[in-house]
Design a protein around this ligand. Structure first.
Ligand SMILES: [Zn+2]
Length: 109
């Protein structure tokens, strides 16, 4: 578990598993391929497919990958650690979303 080759293998396997999860989700609920939500980790609008709940937070498929890789490599053992590390980026995105909504009015709601 301590050399880079093993870590690479873990990352690759996790990527595959998370990708597979998204594909299964789309297969079971095709709507999830285009329905979006705001990810509570990266703060971006993401498709529902492949999203997961962690301790009450909904993470998009990309953040699920970050979380799973982090857990697998023992970078952190709590989802809050990831959320904290994403905080600056998350707020940037939240704010730019607010500004975009103001600019475009309510045409999307
Ligand atoms: Zn995300």
């Amino acid at each position: 578990m301590n050399n880079n080759q093993d870590k690479l293998e873990i990352v690759k396997n996790t990527q595959k598993a998370v990708e597979q999860m998204k594909n299964d989700d789309i297969e079971q609920s095709p709507d999830h391929a285009y329905e979006t939500f705001q990810c509570q980790c990266c703060g971006q609008e993401k498709i529902v497919a492949g999203s997961l709940f962690y301790d009450g937070f909904v993470l998009c498929n990309e953040c699920v990958l970050l979380a799973e890789v982090g857990f697998a490599l023992k970078k952190f053992d709590n989802i809050n650690t990831l959320l904290d590390s994403m905080e600056d980026k998350r707020f940037d995105n939240l704010y730019s979303n607010i500004f975009n909504q103001q600019k475009s009015g309510n045409e999307n709601s």
